[in-house]
Design a protein around this ligand. Structure first.
Ligand code: CLF
Ligand code: SF4
Length: 500
């Protein structure tokens, strides 16, 4: 049964799952959430101790699988910063954890807590609230901590998350732990101060502005100290690194090894976003960001050292909703009061719990389906890169024309592995300029053997085919992983319609 008030995906009879397996899944309804039998790709929690799995199971950033089902929100309570990054313009959000582009509406801790209740009442998928800017969460820590206190009281089951540049971190680890903040992100772009001096023109530390090598050395030491203290306190640490070609791209493998050896849980290497319009030092001096291929090559090279996050959407400091969507505009300081008025916090918490139970069953079923599909796979050395149009829930449930991004999977004898996403312009624009967007979308999907969609029109299907990309509608509304594996098994056997 679906949680009250929640629209859950339809579950059409699957063509690819033996009945006996579906029965097994049903009998595990409400089970312990062992949803990762492997194959989920980056961020998979397979192989982790159960206690750690439980802590990342519903965190959309710490678990690639969870990001299909759970939402996050950021509360923009931290306006100030204690360092300067060359990719940041203070007019915009902190680029460590959010995309520069639009200034967030700053909130007081009280308003932030109210906003969490308002959002939770409308988005039962909400599992985590983070403070990620628009400056640094620990530059003015009292606002951040007061916010966490209020949220903890109002919605104790929601996870708390914090993102910081790390400079002030060693001073606050005890408080972070005491407040029950179980997930902390540190942005670490270098371990060599020579590299750091090219990224950070100054820091403000112990009442003094420091520059150059001295600044980078202090920042590095504080980041490593903070990371070690968090790990010792049993807080899960994710490290974000901004990949800056020519500056730290070759250096990030060393960063990866250094943070892994200190116990970081997950590494998220993000592309530099650089645009002269943002007015940043890098934007104005023509520093480019990495290409998707360069980013993937670095992530691949670092994989194996530790878990790599590949599903980051570089969201805003006031982002709300599933990763890849932003419903922040629905919740402004003007309407939060009205939405929050009359919200019954206990009923909302019940609705979240019901949604979690539903997702548990769904994830177990998806996992069993993928396992059953994998049984068809032989020992082929072939791989296929494919794109999927999805609105979430781990299903192929979006029309080609409605997709603003495609999730990318690499399918091989090992299963279907999530390897990232590609953003595109919306194809379906109500009949206006539809065709103009198409060449860009086809280009963005270059290298894919197929694109899986809930539906697609004749015109884009034809253009994709001309580019060697098969449009596949056969698995509409079915599970992504099981469908891709099934398609791959058939395509390797020569039975599927592959244009490549
Ligand atoms: Fe927010 Fe960051 Fe927590 Fe996630 S985001 S504070 S860990 S709840 Fe996630 Fe957004 Fe990427 Fe950050 S997709 S930018 S990694
Ligand atoms: Fe900007 Fe964030 Fe860097 Fe501070 S830490 S300068 S807010 S990108």
């Amino acid at each position: 049964m679906s949680p009250q008030g929640l629209v859950v995906p339809e579950t059409p009879a699957r063509k690819i799952i033996p009945l006996a397996v579906a029965g097994t899944a049903a009998s595990r309804a409400g089970g312990c959430g062992t949803a990762t039998k492997g194959g989920c790709g980056s961020g998979s929690s397979a192989g982790l101790p159960q206690q750690v799995r439980d802590r990342v199971h519903d965190h959309p950033c710490y678990s690639a699988e969870a990001h299909h089902h759970f939402a996050r929100m950021h509360v923009a309570v931290a306006p100030g910063c204690n360092i300067q990054c060359n990719y940041c313009n203070r007019k915009y959000d902190c680029a460590n954890e959010s995309r520069p582009g639009v200034v967030s509406e700053k909130l007081t801790p009280e308003l932030a807590a109210k906003k969490v209740l308002a959002v939770a009442a409308q988005i039962p998928q909400l599992s985590v609230v983070g403070v990620a800017g628009p400056g640094d969460a620990l530059a003015l820590p009292e606002k951040t901590f007061r916010t966490f206190e209020l949220i903890r009281k109002a919605a104790p089951d929601i996870r708390l998350c914090l993102s910081t540049n790390g400079l002030a971190l060693p001073d606050h680890v005890d408080r972070i732990k005491a407040l029950g903040v179980d997930h902390v992100t540190i942005t670490i772009n270098m371990i060599d101060p020579e590299v750091g001096a090219l990224i950070y023109p100054w820091i403000f530390f112990e009442h003094k502005r420091r520059r150059g090598l001295e600044a980078a050395r202090i920042l590095h030491e504080r980041q490593m100290q903070g990371l070690e203290m968090l790990v010792a306190a049993d807080v899960l640490v994710k490290v974000n690194s901004v990949m800056i070609p020519g500056i730290n791209d070759r250096h990030l493998a060393e960063v990866n090894a250094a943070v892994k050896s200190r116990g970081a849980f997950l590494h998220n290497i993000m592309p530099l976003i650089s645009d002269p319009a943002h007015g940043t030092h890098f934007g104005l001096t023509g520093q480019r960001g990495p290409t998707p291929a360069e980013l993937k090559a670095l992530q691949d090279a670092c994989e194996g050292e530790m878990q790599m996050m590949r599903h980051c959407r570089q969201c805003r400091a006031d982002a709300v909703g599933m990763l890849g969507e932003d419903r922040g505009a629905e919740f402004t300081s003007q309407n939060i009061d009205a939405i929050a008025a009359g919200v019954d916090a206990a009923a909302v918490a019940e609705s979240r719990a019901a949604y979690r139970s539903f997702v548990e069953r769904e994830r177990a079923d998806q996992s069993d389906a993928a396992e059953a599909a994998r049984a068809q796979l032989g020992t082929t050395a072939e791989t296929r890169l494919v794109a999927v149009a999805t609105k979430g829930s781990g299903r192929i449930n979006q029309h080609f024309g409605h997709a603003e991004e495609f999730q990318m999977y690499e399918v091989s004898a090992a299963g279907a592995k999530f390897v990232g996403h590609r953003k595109v312009s919306l194809y379906c624009q109500g009949g206006y300029d539809d065709d103009e967007a198409l060449p860009g979308i086809v280009e963005a999907l270059a290298g894919c053997g197929a694109v899986f969609v809930a539906k697609i029109g004749h015109c884009p299907r034809k253009d994709l085919a001309a580019a060697g990309i098969a449009a596949v509608e056969d698995y509409a509304h079915e599970y992504i992983e099981a469908s891709l594996i099934d398609w791959f098994a058939k395509s390797v056997a020569g039975a599927a319609d592959i244009a490549a």
